[in-house]
Design a protein around this ligand. Structure first.
Ligand code: CMC
Length: 430
């Protein structure tokens, strides 16, 4: 508990309720409102959780005003510069960067868990031919719970570790299988001599009929993108995983719930929406007209890839991705007019009073789609890519929650706005 003290005052009676402040290492304190209902008979109300901490966590820190993002204390830009995605995954899961031996052991374990049960593959056959890959990902990851159902062991750290390694290793295999199903190509087995991102690209783009060489530039670009997407504290999908997990459900089912939450265009689906938006605008000459629509509240049009609930300065991931985007397009010798269009949109938005007044800046998804496109990844696979990377965060948060003390079910309350109590009139008399 911190030294700072807060209380809630009932203005009519002068009665006070103390709100103990929960202090962390960095950032604002959280006021403990757990006793407010007991003491006042009133609930606290915060529908979008704009002022509400749902938990304490030691994994990721964000300072939205300063544009800071730390995984276990390390700035994300340093991690993207010096580490591989699996090194960062180890850090997020275990709290410390691995030494060489620990990294090798972790890497081996992930490589050994990449295959999926042959029975699981048949689940894909049930999907409609044009099912969105996120629909398949949600369903098939959920069905992993039918293969690994020993949830009684959630308190056992070794059990949680095996779950983490399985989930991180199998999610690229499942995402690639969803891609193959969508495009009507045969599934490709993982090749465990390949690193994490090369293996994913191989499973997506190789075909049995001919050899396939993974472009190291593409694998490296994906690795950096995955580092930037690996965790983001209590975002909507992670909170969903925690909420589902708080009931003691099967952890694979909890991850599936997180994937469903990620899919929406306000969250992970924004990367797909950005590319669709750029397609719709089509040309630099149409940018101003589009911006006018965005600013007209009646139109319901938003500038996708802009704005963030937490970042009210800039999204540090967006800065790295912007640079990465230029690097990748140059290295792959791609001249994509979409990049020019995106830069024009960004320039206009950053100088426009509407965006300045609301502190709306480009977020991580504004440029990630252009990189994915340059790597040959189709638009409907952008959000599955995000899901592969974010699996690390989901697994780490689930494990932190389950491992930390008694598990309390997450059960919010509501302000009821329906009919007051009334009597049923039998149907014959209605
Ligand atoms: N384009 C136009 N106006 C916007 C936008 C936008 N992208 N984002 C917010 N606004 C306006 C909004 O209309 C509101 O205006 P007013 O105060 O006049 O009513 C104001 O800015 C505050 O918006 P809000 O919806 O209350 O803010 P929020 O914190 O609830 O929403 C957000 C955050 C990310 C959902 C929202 O900014 C948005 O819809 N952005 C576009 C979708 C997007 O890029 N999402 C990816 C987020 S980053 C990846 C991830 O971590 O998931």
């Amino acid at each position: 508990m911190s030294e700072v003290s807060y209380s809630l005052v009932n203005n009519a009676t002068g009665e006070k309720v103390d709100l103990p402040a929960i202090g962390g290492t960095l950032g604002p304190v959280g006021l403990d409102v757990g006793k407010v209902y007991d003491k006042t008979g009133a609930f606290t109300y915060d529908p979008g959780f704009t002022s509400t901490c749902s938990t304490k966590s030691a994994i990721t820190y964000i300072d939205g005003d300063e544009g800071v993002l730390l995984y276990r204390g390390y700035p994300v830009a340093q991690l993207a510069q010096h580490c591989s995605f699996l090194e960062v995954a180890y850090l997020i899961l275990n709290g410390e960067l691995p030494n060489k031996t620990a990294l090798e052991t972790f890497d081996q374990s992930i490589r050994r868990h990449t295959m999926i049960n042959e029975g699981l593959k048949s689940f894909f056959n049930g999907f409609h031919y044009d099912a969105h890959p996120m629909a398949m990902l949600t369903g098939v990851v959920g069905s992993l719970s039918g293969f690994y159902h020993d949830t009684g062991n959630n308190k056992d750290p070794r059990h949680r570790e095996i779950f983490a390694h399985r989930m991180i290793a199998k999610i690229p295999t499942i995402a690639a299988a969803a891609y193959k199903k969508y495009y009507g190509q045969p599934f490709m087995y993982p090749q465990n001599h390949l690193d994490y991102c090369s293996n994913l690209l191989h499973m997506m783009f190789a075909v049995p009929a001919e050899p396939y060489h993974v472009d190291p530039i593409a694998a490296k670009a994906l690795d950096v993108l995955f580092i930037l997407h690996a965790d983001h504290e209590q975002n909507a999908s992670t909170s969903t995983v925690r909420m589902a997990g708080s009931t003691g459900t099967n952890p694979y089912a909890a991850i599936s719930a997180g994937i469903a939450a990620l899919w929406g265009p306000a969250h992970g689906g924004a990367n797909e929406a950005v590319l669709n938006m750029l397609d719709e605008i089509g040309d630099v000459k149409n940018v101003q007209g589009f911006m006018d629509k965005v600013k007209d509240k009646q139109s319901g049009v938003r500038l996708m890839g802009f704005g963030h609930r937490v970042y009210k300065n800039f999204d540090p991931r967006a800065t790295i991705i912007r640079e990465e985007c230029h690097k990748v397009l140059k290295a792959l010798k791609i001249d994509d007019p979409k990049l020019e269009l995106a830069m024009k949109l960004e320039e206009i938005a950053l100088n426009d009073d509407y965006f300045k007044a609301r502190k709306l800046y480009p977020n991580v998804d504004f440029y990630s789609g252009i990189i994915y496109k340059a790597l040959g990844i189709p638009v409907n696979m952008f959000t599955p890519m995000f899901a592969v990377a974010r699996t690390v965060g989901w697994v780490a948060h689930w494990s932190e929650m389950v491992g930390d003390g008694p598990l309390k079910i997450a059960r919010p309350r509501q302000v009821y706005t329906g009919a007051a109590e009334r009597n049923v009139v039998p149907v014959a008399q209605r």
